[in-house]
Design a protein around this ligand. Structure first.
Ligand code: PHE
Length: 347
């Protein structure tokens, strides 16, 4: 008898694997769980059994019934989700806000690279966060270990607002907020992994390689045993996925008050192939990925115990990365709004 319960279960699973829409699923449900269904047939047989087998067999049939019910429900949810996903995918084809006589637009090169990197990091378990563009001095500087009058403030010529706030000079301005929002991982939880892209502002004289408005993409990973090898691993994955080929890199010590040790990860200039050109200031190398282990003071200010947790942070120059990826030699093109130039870039 128990054998036939097993057989029925196997037959159900086989039938379920062939179901492709909710109509078929409903038919299957009726065939198994309906009043005249296969499970009900089993129940009928209980009548003719002695008490002992009735108990044993009844239990097995009930377990089977619950399992079939649960499988049907979860399959139904999957079908609903797939239907919804398909609807959303198709809905994207219609943007009712576009005037009918206008040609379709295209994504900005920075958006293309941003989305690509977000996808890579999401697949590795990172959360995507957003940071404000108007920030307090505390978040932009103090909270990342750059106290008032520290010379490191001079490296970031800042736009202050009349109310004492400022336009964020780097994405690191969101570090403190993110640490406080999520906190350190609890026992048994995976490390905290966050990616936070954003637009940054510094008072620069604009030329082919300087802009006052540019994009960075910052990442952080905080946990109990995070080390420099984790940092290097993630940086390598990032670069090989974005460029889809091997890129020559070099790691040098770099100073940022919020990391210790700190590094500059440079890539071989892809515009000139390392020979030297205006984009790389004739050095053949481009500073692309400053990074390092998060300074204990920064963790502490974020409410995370530096004696227990470590972490890394990196601040990718997203604007520069987009220029390298698409071979854009003049940074001014990116903020120009010049559609003729901008719409030629596709992923
Ligand atoms: N915030 C730094 C800058 O803009 C970059 C950075 C981020 C460096 C994270 C190290 C770690 O210059």
């Amino acid at each position: 008898m128990l054998e036939s319960v097993e057989k029925l279960k196997a037959a159900f699973e086989e039938a379920l694997a062939k179901v492709s829409d909710s109509e078929e699923l409903e038919k299957l449900r009726i065939a198994y769980l309906g009043k005249k269904g296969a499970v009900a047939d089993f129940m009928k047989e209980l009548k003719n059994m002695d008490n002992e087998s009735k108990k044993e067999f009844g239990k097995e049939v009930n377990i089977l019934k619950d399992a079939i019910d649960a499988s049907i429900r979860s399959f139904g949810e999957k079908l609903d989700q797939a239907r919804l996903d398909a609807q959303i995918r198709n809905a994207k084809k219609f943007d009712f806000t576009i005037p009918s006589d206008q040609p379709e637009g295209s994504l900005h090169p920075i958006t293309i690279v941003q989305r690509r990197i977000e996808d890579i990091f999401k697949s590795m378990g990172f959360i995507i966060e957003d940071g404000l563009e108007i920030q307090t001095e505390y978040n932009n500087f103090e909270a990342v270990n750059i106290p008032k009058n520290h010379p490191a403030r001079d490296m970031q010529d800042t736009y202050y607002l009349s109310n004492g706030q400022l336009l964020k000079t780097h994405t690191s301005a969101a570090q403190n907020y993110i640490m406080r929002k999520y906190g350190a991982p609890k026992k048994g939880e995976p490390p905290l992994k966050v990616l936070f892209p954003g637009r940054c502002f510094r008072n620069e004289n604009i030329d082919a390689c300087h802009e006052n408005t540019f994009w960075q993409m910052e990442g952080m990973m905080i946990g109990e045993d995070i080390s420099i090898s984790n940092l290097i691993y993630f940086m390598k994955v990032l670069l090989s996925e974005v460029f889809e080929r091997d890129i020559k890199v070099r790691l040098r010590p770099g100073f940022f008050p919020f990391v210790e040790p700190g590094f500059e990860l440079d890539i071989n200039c892809l515009i000139c192939g390392g020979e030297g050109c205006p984009t790389c200031k004739n050095s053949g190398w481009l500073e692309l990925l400053p990074c390092g282990m998060i300074h204990p003071n920064v963790l502490r200010m974020g409410g995370i115990d530096p004696d227990k947790y470590t972490g890394f942070a990196f601040g990718l120059g997203l604007t520069r990365l987009a220029m390298m990826k698409f071979g854009i030699t003049d940074i001014r093109v990116l903020n120009s709004g010049n559609l003729k130039a901008l719409k030629q870039f596709v992923d």
